[in-house]
Design a protein around this ligand. Structure first.
Ligand code: SF4
Length: 118
């Protein structure tokens, strides 16, 4: 059975778009309910080392769904394309959600909705 994972990406933590939420509490809320098999926080998935991270994470066939909460999902698709191509990861398994300018509660709800509808 494939694993489901949630990554939170936060524009290095310096962008005001992520300052209204407690990113650790967002991850904890999803963990507590057991909605995914693993969670992680990455400062900048669209940077070179973010590419390497995504490539490494998706380099085997274990991931069934990879949820990424951060910026606009269409932007995510473009920015992560090379990493997924390099690892052979089926990019339809990546599902993004925009949580910018949300509070902790709003971000948790947006992520839960994404997970439940996928
Ligand atoms: S992937 Fe999106 S949320 Fe993450 S650092 Fe880049 S622009 Fe920001």
């Amino acid at each position: 059975m494939g694993k489901k994972g949630l990554l939170l990406c936060v524009c290095q933590g310096s962008c005001p778009s992520f300052h209204q939420m407690n990113v650790f509490e967002v991850l904890n809320a999803i963990r507590r309910e057991g909605l995914v098999d693993f969670v992680a926080l990455h400062p900048q998935l669209c940077a070179d080392d973010g590419d390497k991270y995504l490539q490494t994470l998706t380099n085997d066939d274990q991931i069934e769904k990879l949820y990424v909460a951060g910026c606009d999902p269409a932007m995510q698709k473009k920015m992560f394309r090379d990493a997924f191509e390099a690892s052979g990861f089926d990019r339809s398994k990546h599902l993004g959600v925009d949580i910018r300018n949300m509070t902790t509660e709003q971000a948790v709800e947006a992520i839960k909705t994404l997970i439940k509808n996928s």
